[in-house]
Design a protein around this ligand. Structure first.
Ligand SMILES: [Zn+2]
Length: 309
């Protein structure tokens, strides 16, 4: 079944709270199911959401601070415990390969699951995944950190009634798609006359960074943007110093980048009332706003409206 949604496992930064588990997010993108930044407690949070280890096809780690990766040992061992039959790709900053090696073999276990370990070596690295291209961009934090975005290419949808009106059927449809036009009874029919464009969808994941160009590059025209807002505007100086964003900054990025659904998360434990994040972001962003809560799901919004050919 085709389904695109974000499953929120945890929304705390540095330290978990009574209400908020360490980070963790699953993106269901049809057959591609990506676990982002598994913090401590990821296995148990997964249990509450109905996503199983066997569902996972890929794991992406932004950086090797504990709140983004201490769930790796348990999650990786669970893949073997559950005898996950398919390879699971793992991406992380190449500079942190030593941390990954330790986490992967943190304790003794019977390893049966196969990992495809594919570190991110450079800013702008692209990886082909089911349903699009995953792109990594180098963020600005105290250690090597990459944000990710998943871009589905634009496509087109043929209109059967127009095709039949022109008497085009069978292999001729494929030729029209490939070449862009087709001569039918002395008349040239173009692809645009018998199809509508199908805009690709975009998901972006921006964690642990000060404001920088890569944040905008990742967020550009995202249908769904998951972005850290560790702090409120009242702590702007502290945020810059620690390499983090405020809710106001994240919301302005979303507005300037044409984001449709904005998901704020990775909240500092100093805040107990998250309504302040909503109020602050709302002053800068008019689209759909979600203050992420543990164990909730956020659907990727329906495709942008296709333009008629
Ligand atoms: Zn963090």
């Amino acid at each position: 079944m085709s389904m695109r949604e974000l499953v929120v496992l945890g929304t705390a930064s540095q330290a978990p709270t009574r209400q908020r588990n360490h980070n963790g997010y699953v993106l269901r993108w049809d057959d591609e199911v990506i676990l982002f930044d598994p913090g401590e407690g990821t296995q148990r949070q997964l249990l509450h959401t109905g996503v199983t280890a066997t569902d996972l096809t890929r794991i992406c780690v932004t950086h090797f601070h504990g709140d983004h990766c201490l769930g790796l040992p348990g999650t990786i061992q669970r893949l073997s415990l559950d005898r996950v039959p398919h390879r699971v790709a793992v991406h992380f900053p190449a500079g942190g390969a030593e941390y990954f090696a330790r986490l992967r073999h943190a304790t003794s276990f019977h390893e049966t699951a196969e990992l495809a370990v594919e570190p991110i070596e450079a800013d702008g690295q692209r990886i082909t995944v089911r349903g699009g291209t995953l792109e990594a961009r180098r963020l600005r934090h105290s250690i090597e950190t990459y944000g990710y975005r998943l871009v589905e290419p634009d496509g087109c949808r043929m209109l059967p009634e127009r095709l039949s009106a022109y008497g085009i059927a069978g292999p001729a449809v494929g030729e029209l798609l490939r070449v862009g036009h087709l001569d039918v009874d002395g008349r040239r029919v173009t692809r645009d006359e018998v199809s509508v464009s199908r805009p690709g969808q975009r998901f972006a994941f921006v964690m642990d960074t000060a404001l920088c160009d890569a944040v905008y590059a990742l967020a550009e025209h995202a249908d769904l943007l998951v972005i850290e807002s560790t702090f409120l505007e009242s702590e702007t100086a502290l945020a810059a110093e620690a390499g983090h964003l405020t809710a106001a900054q994240a919301a302005r990025v979303a507005t300037e980048s044409g984001v449709r659904t904005l998901v704020l998360t990775h909240f500092s434990q100093r805040y107990s009332d998250l309504r302040r994040f909503a109020d602050e972001a709302r002053r800068h962003f008019a689209g759909d706003l979600v203050i992420a809560e543990d164990l909730t799901t956020v659907p990727v919004p329906p495709r942008r409206v296709a333009s008629a050919g």
